[in-house]
Design a binder for this molecule. Sequence first.
Ligand code: AMP
Length: 191
Amino acid sequence: MFNIVIFGKPGSGKGTQAIYLKDKYDLYHISTGDLFRKNITKKTGLGLEAKNYLDNGDLVPDTVTIKMLENEVLSNKHAKGFIFDGFPRTLKQAESLDLFLESINLRINATIALDVNEDELIDRLLERGKINNRSDDQDIEKIKNRFNEYNTKTSILINFYDKQDKFFSVDGKGSVNDITLRLFDLIDTLI
Ligand code: AMP
Protein backbone atom coordinates (compact mmCIF):
# COMPACT_ATOMS: atom_id res chain seq x y z
CA MET A 1 0.00 0.00 0.00
CA PHE A 2 1.36 3.40 -0.98
CA ASN A 3 0.04 6.49 0.78
CA ILE A 4 0.97 9.98 -0.36
CA VAL A 5 0.39 13.45 0.99
CA ILE A 6 0.26 16.06 -1.76
CA PHE A 7 1.38 19.28 -0.22
CA GLY A 8 1.60 22.94 -1.20
CA LYS A 9 0.15 26.41 -0.88
CA PRO A 10 -3.37 27.21 -2.05
CA GLY A 11 -3.45 27.19 -5.85
CA SER A 12 -0.30 25.12 -6.23
CA GLY A 13 -2.22 22.45 -8.16
CA LYS A 14 -2.66 19.79 -5.49
CA GLY A 15 -6.22 18.94 -6.47
CA THR A 16 -5.48 18.90 -10.21
CA GLN A 17 -2.45 16.67 -9.84
CA ALA A 18 -4.10 14.41 -7.25
CA ILE A 19 -6.58 13.29 -9.92
CA TYR A 20 -3.75 12.14 -12.23
CA LEU A 21 -1.89 10.42 -9.40
CA LYS A 22 -5.01 8.68 -8.18
CA ASP A 23 -5.65 7.24 -11.65
CA LYS A 24 -2.07 6.21 -12.35
CA TYR A 25 -1.35 4.58 -8.97
CA ASP A 26 -4.89 3.42 -8.17
CA LEU A 27 -5.19 5.50 -5.01
CA TYR A 28 -8.25 6.74 -3.16
CA HIS A 29 -8.24 10.55 -3.27
CA ILE A 30 -9.26 12.43 -0.12
CA SER A 31 -9.48 16.22 -0.42
CA THR A 32 -10.49 17.79 2.89
CA GLY A 33 -11.39 21.04 1.08
CA ASP A 34 -13.77 19.11 -1.25
CA LEU A 35 -15.28 17.24 1.71
CA PHE A 36 -15.97 20.51 3.52
CA ARG A 37 -17.47 22.08 0.38
CA LYS A 38 -19.75 19.05 -0.18
CA ASN A 39 -20.95 19.30 3.42
CA ILE A 40 -21.55 23.02 3.04
CA THR A 41 -23.60 22.47 -0.13
CA LYS A 42 -25.66 19.78 1.58
CA LYS A 43 -26.01 22.01 4.67
CA THR A 44 -24.99 19.20 7.02
CA GLY A 45 -24.05 19.97 10.64
CA LEU A 46 -20.39 19.65 9.68
CA GLY A 47 -20.94 22.01 6.75
CA LEU A 48 -22.58 24.62 8.94
CA GLU A 49 -19.72 24.34 11.40
CA ALA A 50 -17.07 24.74 8.69
CA LYS A 51 -18.67 27.38 6.47
CA ASN A 52 -17.37 30.56 8.12
CA TYR A 53 -13.83 29.23 8.24
CA LEU A 54 -13.81 28.42 4.53
CA ASP A 55 -15.46 31.73 3.63
CA ASN A 56 -12.72 33.63 5.45
CA GLY A 57 -9.82 31.46 4.35
CA ASP A 58 -9.16 30.29 7.91
CA LEU A 59 -8.32 26.70 8.78
CA VAL A 60 -11.18 24.67 10.24
CA PRO A 61 -10.38 23.57 13.83
CA ASP A 62 -8.25 20.43 14.10
CA THR A 63 -10.74 18.32 16.05
CA VAL A 64 -13.43 18.70 13.38
CA THR A 65 -11.02 18.17 10.47
CA ILE A 66 -9.22 15.16 11.97
CA LYS A 67 -12.50 13.37 12.74
CA MET A 68 -13.79 13.95 9.22
CA LEU A 69 -10.53 12.65 7.70
CA GLU A 70 -10.46 9.55 9.88
CA ASN A 71 -14.06 8.71 9.01
CA GLU A 72 -13.27 9.04 5.32
CA VAL A 73 -10.27 6.70 5.59
CA LEU A 74 -12.23 4.15 7.62
CA SER A 75 -15.07 4.20 5.10
CA ASN A 76 -12.58 3.36 2.33
CA LYS A 77 -10.11 1.17 4.12
CA HIS A 78 -10.00 -1.42 1.36
CA ALA A 79 -8.42 1.10 -0.99
CA LYS A 80 -5.04 0.18 -2.45
CA GLY A 81 -3.61 3.39 -1.08
CA PHE A 82 -4.58 6.97 -0.31
CA ILE A 83 -3.66 10.35 -1.64
CA PHE A 84 -4.24 13.00 0.99
CA ASP A 85 -4.87 16.39 -0.63
CA GLY A 86 -5.01 19.37 1.73
CA PHE A 87 -4.44 17.29 4.84
CA PRO A 88 -2.52 17.51 7.14
CA ARG A 89 -2.25 21.30 7.45
CA THR A 90 -1.13 21.63 11.08
CA LEU A 91 1.35 19.82 13.28
CA LYS A 92 -1.51 18.42 15.33
CA GLN A 93 -3.12 16.99 12.18
CA ALA A 94 0.18 15.46 11.03
CA GLU A 95 0.83 13.84 14.41
CA SER A 96 -2.74 12.56 14.61
CA LEU A 97 -2.52 11.17 11.09
CA ASP A 98 0.63 9.19 11.92
CA LEU A 99 -0.97 7.74 15.06
CA PHE A 100 -4.24 6.99 13.36
CA LEU A 101 -2.60 5.28 10.37
CA GLU A 102 -0.39 3.27 12.71
CA SER A 103 -3.49 2.10 14.58
CA ILE A 104 -4.78 0.55 11.35
CA ASN A 105 -1.36 -0.70 10.23
CA LEU A 106 -0.79 1.94 7.60
CA ARG A 107 1.71 4.77 7.20
CA ILE A 108 2.55 7.73 5.02
CA ASN A 109 5.16 6.76 2.43
CA ALA A 110 5.86 10.18 0.95
CA THR A 111 4.87 13.82 1.19
CA ILE A 112 5.31 15.68 -2.08
CA ALA A 113 5.18 19.46 -2.24
CA LEU A 114 4.35 21.44 -5.36
CA ASP A 115 6.60 24.46 -5.28
CA VAL A 116 5.16 27.70 -6.76
CA ASN A 117 5.80 31.31 -5.71
CA GLU A 118 3.01 33.39 -4.15
CA ASP A 119 2.79 35.97 -6.97
CA GLU A 120 2.00 33.25 -9.49
CA LEU A 121 -0.42 31.62 -7.05
CA ILE A 122 -2.39 34.85 -6.60
CA ASP A 123 -2.83 35.09 -10.40
CA ARG A 124 -3.88 31.43 -10.61
CA LEU A 125 -6.36 31.70 -7.74
CA LEU A 126 -8.00 34.88 -9.06
CA GLU A 127 -8.33 33.21 -12.49
CA ARG A 128 -9.84 30.13 -10.85
CA GLY A 129 -12.19 32.41 -8.90
CA LYS A 130 -13.69 33.65 -12.18
CA ILE A 131 -14.85 30.17 -13.15
CA ASN A 132 -15.76 28.60 -9.82
CA ASN A 133 -18.03 29.84 -7.10
CA ARG A 134 -15.45 29.89 -4.34
CA SER A 135 -15.55 33.19 -2.49
CA ASP A 136 -12.14 32.32 -1.00
CA ASP A 137 -10.64 32.41 -4.54
CA GLN A 138 -12.25 35.73 -5.47
CA ASP A 139 -10.93 38.06 -2.80
CA ILE A 140 -7.28 39.00 -2.51
CA GLU A 141 -7.50 39.47 1.27
CA LYS A 142 -8.90 35.96 1.71
CA ILE A 143 -6.18 34.57 -0.54
CA LYS A 144 -3.52 36.35 1.52
CA ASN A 145 -5.08 35.00 4.69
CA ARG A 146 -4.85 31.47 3.28
CA PHE A 147 -1.15 32.02 2.54
CA ASN A 148 -0.73 33.32 6.06
CA GLU A 149 -2.41 30.21 7.47
CA TYR A 150 -0.04 28.10 5.36
CA ASN A 151 3.06 30.05 6.35
CA THR A 152 2.28 30.07 10.06
CA LYS A 153 0.67 26.64 10.57
CA THR A 154 1.40 24.35 7.62
CA SER A 155 4.93 25.06 6.40
CA ILE A 156 6.40 23.56 9.61
CA LEU A 157 5.28 20.18 8.30
CA ILE A 158 8.14 20.30 5.79
CA ASN A 159 10.48 19.78 8.72
CA PHE A 160 8.15 17.19 10.30
CA TYR A 161 8.23 14.98 7.20
CA ASP A 162 11.84 15.78 6.35
CA LYS A 163 12.90 14.37 9.71
CA GLN A 164 11.15 11.14 8.72
CA ASP A 165 12.92 11.22 5.31
CA LYS A 166 9.55 11.46 3.62
CA PHE A 167 9.61 14.99 2.22
CA PHE A 168 10.02 15.66 -1.50
CA SER A 169 9.49 18.78 -3.55
CA VAL A 170 8.63 19.16 -7.21
CA ASP A 171 8.69 22.32 -9.31
CA GLY A 172 5.00 23.24 -9.62
CA LYS A 173 5.47 25.75 -12.46
CA GLY A 174 4.84 24.94 -16.11
CA SER A 175 2.10 23.05 -17.90
CA VAL A 176 -0.17 20.68 -15.99
CA ASN A 177 1.19 17.81 -18.06
CA ASP A 178 4.84 18.69 -17.35
CA ILE A 179 4.15 18.79 -13.64
CA THR A 180 2.31 15.46 -13.77
CA LEU A 181 5.30 13.86 -15.50
CA ARG A 182 7.65 15.27 -12.86
CA LEU A 183 5.46 13.72 -10.17
CA PHE A 184 5.31 10.35 -11.95
CA ASP A 185 9.10 10.35 -12.32
CA LEU A 186 9.57 11.01 -8.63
CA ILE A 187 6.96 8.53 -7.41
CA ASP A 188 8.30 5.80 -9.67
CA THR A 189 11.60 6.05 -7.78
CA LEU A 190 9.77 5.69 -4.45
CA ILE A 191 7.51 2.69 -4.98
P1 AMP B 1 -8.60 23.66 -0.19
O1 AMP B 1 -9.71 23.25 -1.10
O2 AMP B 1 -7.66 22.56 0.13
O3 AMP B 1 -7.89 24.91 -0.66
O4 AMP B 1 -9.28 24.04 1.22
C1 AMP B 1 -10.25 25.06 1.28
C2 AMP B 1 -10.51 25.41 2.72
O5 AMP B 1 -11.00 24.27 3.44
C3 AMP B 1 -9.30 25.89 3.53
O6 AMP B 1 -9.02 27.28 3.33
C4 AMP B 1 -9.81 25.62 4.95
O7 AMP B 1 -10.78 26.58 5.35
C5 AMP B 1 -10.53 24.28 4.77
N1 AMP B 1 -9.61 23.14 4.95
C6 AMP B 1 -9.27 22.23 4.01
N2 AMP B 1 -8.42 21.33 4.50
C7 AMP B 1 -8.20 21.67 5.80
C8 AMP B 1 -7.41 21.15 6.83
N3 AMP B 1 -6.61 20.06 6.65
N4 AMP B 1 -7.44 21.77 8.04
C9 AMP B 1 -8.21 22.84 8.25
N5 AMP B 1 -8.97 23.42 7.31
C10 AMP B 1 -8.98 22.84 6.08
